[in-house]
Design a protein around this ligand. Sequence first.
Ligand SMILES: CC(C)(COP(=O)(O)OP(=O)(O)OC[C@H]1O[C@@H](n2cnc3c(N)ncnc32)[C@H](O)[C@@H]1OP(=O)(O)O)[C@@H](O)C(=O)NCCC(=O)NCCS
Length: 173
Amino acid sequence: MRSKLLIRSGKYEDAHCLAALATQVWLHTYATDGITAEIAAYVISELTPGNYSSVLGDPSCHVFVAQNGNSLVGFSVIKFNTRGPVDSNSSVELQTLYVQENFIGHGVGTLLLRAAEAKARQRSNGALWLTVNAKNARAIAFYARHGYTMIGTTYFALGEGRHENHVLVGPNA
Ligand SMILES: CC(C)(COP(=O)(O)OP(=O)(O)OC[C@H]1O[C@@H](n2cnc3c(N)ncnc32)[C@H](O)[C@@H]1OP(=O)(O)O)[C@@H](O)C(=O)NCCC(=O)NCCS
């Protein structure tokens, strides 16, 4: 890590950086066989500055960013009052947890997860639920180390494809 890492709440001015960072992390994580038309359409239409501006302005969401110097290197998004596809005692979804590949393994993901859990504790029992791609072994191991357990399965639709996801809940759920 080149300079001191700061975890702070997201602000409107971050929308462009969040869109670029999300696109980079998403493509690196999921587009491992190249770019299909479905992948291109998803990234270009969903991971946009406009959508991130909406999330940043949504009182039912909270964004944390990891800032290294002047650069954003990761972020997390939680959404309150959402029930998962599988019943649990958690009503707060961890919608996103992304760390730029160059900063993986330095504790950034843990700091962003802890910040999200602490914010969730202010409004609920603090337990988060989330979905993670069943092939995303690194993220699954990361959540397991943080006490997250699998409670079911759901599917993420992309074009014609359905991608198996694990539904996880954090401690206290
Ligand atoms: C899953 C993800 C968020 C984890 O983020 P991360 O920043 O690498 O996580 P951490 O660094 O906190 O923890 C990972 C490892 O680094 C180690 N680590 C933690 N703090 C550290 C530090 N200060 N210095 C060195 N290593 C450290 C941890 O012990 C852990 O090692 P382990 O696997 O031996 O237990 C990240 O891999 C990611 O963004 N992946 C791509 C997107 C994705 O899959 N997101 C989840 C979708 S649901």
